[in-house]
Design a protein around this ligand. Structure first.
Ligand code: SAH
Length: 362
């Protein structure tokens, strides 16, 4: 009985233009292992049908840990005076991008803290250089900026942008992000989509004060936003933040949220994030890949700087050279009966300009 009910609910969630909140809640509250398995297998089938068996790779360069914000969960927060700050030079960034391309990876993700004095022109030059010299896609993840800056980087050749909503619950968002505004976050996501970026959003699981209602809202937000990429990953507490000592997000909830995200978004690119891999409990990244995820992001930040990009402690792979990480990823993917896909892995959405309007009208 329970199996068929779960199956029926999942079919409704999959088919709905806007999934029913009660249906999402039913799925999130599933406890019986066999029923949870029904969810995971459903999500894995949607993944196979809509994005295939290939696991896409994105090489990430964490090029600066300077940050003006004070996000309650993040170790890079401006108030963390114990952290030494670094910024790679343009030459260093381009050299790392070349290494990523030499490793066969065709997406370069440039990520940083939200720099107060970000040299927007300088970043545009870097994008131009990478795009003109290497046959790659470029993804930016540098936080909330002006529309003009987003437009300049798009003009310079950037293809994609990641900006997680973190939580779609405005009250919780306000609590966790002093001095920032939910409205501006939404403005940024709208601008990015309008400017033609393949746009990624996502959330954190297990934030203190995050209710089941908030998680339901996140799923509805992902559905309405029609994002090209969605990252669902667990919150991991950092000692130098106000959330030190809070419990980390739990793996099972994270996996359920990844599965639901796959089911509602169908063909979005969904990473098995490093944060999932950093939770204890075996190779959790492999588990994420088995319940809907189709992307892995090997970290190519130079070894000397990796420990300083400490958004959370114990980041998986910090002690590994990029080559070792690549071998590890290949083994993990092969063990799942899947294959590494070295394509650029552009969005599978047939782009409409509806998305920003839909995001804004929420
Ligand atoms: N400054 C950029 C990039 C931030 S770091 C931006 O604001 O978009 C990228 C992601 O790290 C964030 O979106 C957040 O979801 C994640 N992150 C930060 N602190 C974390 C923590 N303590 N645990 C898990 N993920 C965290």
């Amino acid at each position: 009985m329970a199996f068929s009910r779960t199956q029926t609910v999942l079919e409704r969630v999959f088919a709905a233009d806007v999934p029913d909140r009660a249906d999402i809640e039913y799925v999130l509250r599933l406890e019986d292992d066999r029923q949870v398995q029904v969810l995971f297998e459903f999500a894995d089938r949607v993944r196979r049908e809509y994005v295939g068996d290939g696991v896409l790779l994105r090489g990430i360069i964490e090029f600066s840990n300077f940050c003006r914000n004070t996000c309650a969960y993040c170790g890079l927060r401006a108030a963390n005076h114990r952290l030494s700050r670094y910024r790679l030079t343009s030459e260093e960034i381009v050299a790392v991008a070349e290494n990523i391309r030499l490793a066969g990876v065709k997406t370069i993700v440039l990520q940083s803290g939200e720099e107060d004095n970000l040299d927007a022109d300088g970043l545009a030059r870097i994008i131009e250089e990478i795009k003109s010299q290497l046959d790659v896609a470029v993804t930016l993840s540098v936080g909330e900026r002006d529309r003009e800056e987003y437009a300049m980087w798009k003009e310079a050749g950037a293809d994609r942008y990641l900006l997680k909503i973190e939580t779609s619950d405005p009250a919780l968002y306000a609590e966790l992000h002093p001095g920032m505004s939910f409205t501006n976050r939404i403005r940024c996501l709208g601008d990015l989509a309008e400017l033609g970026y393949q746009t990624g959003s996502g959330n954190l699981i297990g934030l203190p004060g995050q209710s089941v209602e908030s998680l339901i809202d996140d799923i509805v937000f992902f559905k309405k936003g029609d994002f090209d990429m969605i990252s669902v990953s667990p919150f991991i507490p950092h000692a130098a933040t106000p959330l030190a000592g809070v419990r980390a997000g739990d793996l099972q909830t994270t996996l359920k949220m990844i599965a639901l995200t796959r089911i509602v978004s169908r063909n979005a690119h969904i990473p098995a994030s490093t944060a999932v891999g950093s939770l204890s409990g075996g190779d959790a990244r492999g588990r994420a890949l088995a319940v809907g995820a189709n992307v892995v992001m090997p970290n190519f930040t130079p070894m000397a700087f990796k420990p300083l990009y400490e958004i959370y402690p114990g980041k998986a792979g910090n002690d590994k050279m990029p080559d070792e990480s690549m071998v590890h990823i290949e083994r993990m993917v092969a063990a799942l009966g899947r294959r590494i896909d070295l394509d650029k892995g552009h969005s599978l959405k047939s782009r409409s300009v509806l998305a920003p309007t839909m995001i804004r009208s929420q």
